[in-house]
Design a binder for this molecule. Structure first.
Ligand code: SAM
Length: 293
């Protein structure tokens, strides 16, 4: 698949913020380079990231993305629209998802859960291990929005529970829920490649008989014990009535993909239906959670 790369000039102060902005307007991946073209890959939790004074933040978009809309969004939130320096490039088709494979290592979330790249050895064979190859879909556990959901799932007793994973991506949250004891998970995503990656990862973990996958237009109507949605603030706002319909009486809900400044509005929206918990924060991202009233 061909890709479009959007390059934004930044420095050590703005690099992290620009990365979040690029993700918020649809980038599938973000990389940082300095003037010498040395990449920084997404760090492991706990690693310190050092940015250069002349950093370029690069967002990768699939070729069908509406880049005029993405740039208009960036200009609308940039404090000095005129000073925003960017460049768009068409990239040749390449095995992009393999580029970061060498940098993806097993990671632990909460007390019990490990996400392990399917091509690496498992560090704790007796732990709850999810073997994962995200392919072209979002969801490795390295991004704070995913990590916040994995930690939340690890803290629940999911034994025999039904779960909805709205925006399932690679299937990482669905598989974590199944491995943590859920009876059944329904994964929903607008991207057929995400459903394909989820299906393959389910087979890899021998849980395919307990995972149902749907495009939104085919999604079933039922009440689940637990609903998790990591899909950015805009869709969480617009899809609130749809998402809440899945949450059964006293059911649990977690929402992720939300920047700190977007949290209050979503707390209010979902507070109509749920008793909301205090938010959990990782870097600039927050996770909202609550229990249906
Ligand atoms: C940030 S990724 C999350 C993937 C994975 N659940 C995780 O936590 O890492 C968001 C996913 O939501 C999907 N998505 C975006 N908008 C959606 C919508 N309106 N309905 C269903 N899925 C959507 C995207 O295709 C993408 O796979």
């Amino acid at each position: 698949m061909p890709w479009i790369q959007l390059r934004l000039s930044a420095d050590e102060e703005t690099a992290e913020k620009y990365s979040d902005w690029l993700m918020a307007c649809g980038a599938q991946a973000v990389t940082f380079i300095d003037a010498k073209d040395t990449p920084i890959y997404e760090p492991l939790p706990g690693d310190e990231v050092v940015y250069w004074s002349n950093t370029v933040v690069m967002g990768l978009y699939d070729a069908s993305s509406d880049m005029d809309k993405a740039i208009a969004y960036l200009q609308s939130i940039h404090p000095d629209k005129q000073a925003m320096r960017y460049k768009l490039e068409q990239l040749e088709d390449k095995d992009w998802e393999r580029e970061w494979m060498d940098n993806f290592h097993p990671m632990k979330f909460g007390q019990r859960l490990w996400i392990c790249p399917s091509w690496r050895d498992v560090p704790e064979p007796d732990a709850i291990n999810v073997m994962l190859d995200p392919g072209l879909a979002f969801g490795t556990g390295t991004h704070p929005t995913t990590a916040l959901c994995l930690t939340w799932l690890d803290g629940l007793d999911l034994t025999d529970k039904t779960v909805v994973d709205f925006g399932c991506g690679s299937g990482i949250l669905s598989l974590a829920a199944l491995k943590l004891g859920a009876k059944k998970v329904v994964g929903i995503d607008i991207d057929p490649q995400a459903l394909q990656a989820s299906r393959e990862n389910a087979k890899r973990n021998n849980v395919e008989d307990r995972l149902e996958l749907y495009l939104p237009e085919d999604q079933p109507h039922f009440k689940a014990d637990v609903v998790v949605a990591n899909i950015l603030a805009g869709p969480l706002r617009e899809l609130a009535p749809t998402i809440i319909e899945f949450v059964g009486d006293k059911g649990l809900l977690a929402l992720s993909g939300v920047l700190e400044e977007q949290a209050q509005e979503l707390q209010q929206i979902y507070g109509q239906w749920c008793e909301m918990d205090p938010v959990a924060v990782q870097e600039e991202w927050v996770r909202l959670s609550g229990r249906r009233k």
